[in-house]
Design a protein around this ligand. Structure first.
Ligand SMILES: Cc1ncc(COP(=O)(O)O)c(N)n1
Length: 303
């Protein structure tokens, strides 16, 4: 049988020893998409579904060496970036990705975990905006982290978030900092019929996920569901890894984002059905698209 040439994705992220977020989630999602996954570890964490109790950052030089080891050897179609613990790592990563002419960068801002733990130094956020954002193709975030990012970009957020229009303005500010496509998950923000944010959701309230491509907004409205208002551990990592995998498979960024959103929706529905067990979004990807194939998969080595 002729070997199948597999697209390759590199994840730059922290380790979640419990296997739900970070590098471990990314590799599971890439595998489920039939994409060859590589990993550059930025930090070790001790965590599980209940919370994080330790973070140990990898030295920036070792981060750079991991990157060079992968990128000098294997053709890489997409790079996915997650947890970046400090500014020195950000600068090294930005410099190394440019040196290797990496074009498709998909970024998830890992600022505060779903369990409420701070995941990076404040200076890492500023360095990300300055050194990485100008090269980012797709930036994926939730409303809260996007707000923190805008505060860091401008020194303050010039408006209070009261309506969907305010959220769109937030996205426009981020777009000016570099990313070509922005996807903002709004699962924990409830709107009323006038598209105003409400802190007292009713059965008529709804949520909106937004995509911006530099010209148009694409809004995906769905009923507000209290169960979705609490982020499931590892969902944002899985979403970004799915976008990166879809782009590696040759999809246009808009299609890649929408496909990833649909996969996450399906995964979250499965989680509701499996309410007695621990929810792992990344694991549920394997149910959506089994990657079992007897064919040999090869990666393209650099000459
Ligand atoms: C290594 C690592 N990277 C990212 C997250 C964020 O994921 P979540 O917000 O779902 O906890 C995490 N908890 N751990």
């Amino acid at each position: 049988m002729k070997p199948l040439q597999s697209p390759a994705c590199l994840s730059i992220a922290g380790s979640d020893c419990s296997g739900s977020a970070g590098i471990q989630a990314d590799l599971k999602v890439m595998q489920a998409h039939g994409v060859y996954g590589m990993s550059v570890l930025t930090a070790l964490t001790s965590q599980n579904s209940k919370g994080i109790d330790g973070i140990y950052a990898v030295h920036p030089i070792l981060i750079q060496r991991q990157l060079d080891a992968c990128l000098s050897d294997i053709e890489c179609d997409t790079v996915k970036i997650g947890m970046l613990p400090d500014s020195k790592s950000v600068v090294r990563i930005a410099e190394t990705l440019q040196r290797h002419h990496i074009k498709n960068i998909v970024m998830d801002s890992v600022i505060i975990s779903s369990s409420g733990h701070v995941m990076c130094e404040g200076t890492a956020i500023s360095a990300t905006i300055k050194f990485l954002f100008p090269h980012v193709l797709v930036y994926s975030s939730n409303v809260m982290e996007a707000y923190v990012l805008v505060q860091r970009t401008l020194g303050h957020c010039p408006f209070t978030l009261r309506s969907l229009e305010d959220i769109k303005n937030l996205i426009m500010i981020i777009h000016k900092a570099g990313p070509s496509y922005i996807v903002l998950s709004g699962h924990h923000v409830a709107y009323n019929d006038n598209f105003e944010i409400t802190s007292l959701p009713t059965t008529n309230s709804f949520t909106v996920d937004l995509i911006f491509d530099g010209e148009n907004f694409y809004a995906f409205q769905k009923p507000y569901d209290l169960r979705h208002s609490v982020a499931v551990h590892g969902t944002s990592c899985s979403m970004t890894a799915a976008i990166a995998s879809n782009i590696a498979l040759g999809k246009h960024p808009l299609e890649a984002i929408q496909k990833a959103m649909q996969s996450i929706e399906c995964a979250l529905l499965n989680i509701q059905e499996e309410s007695s067990s621990i929810s792992r979004t990344a694991q549920l990807f394997s149910k959506l698209k089994p990657s079992s194939s007897n064919q040999t998969i090869t990666t393209r080595l650099k000459s």
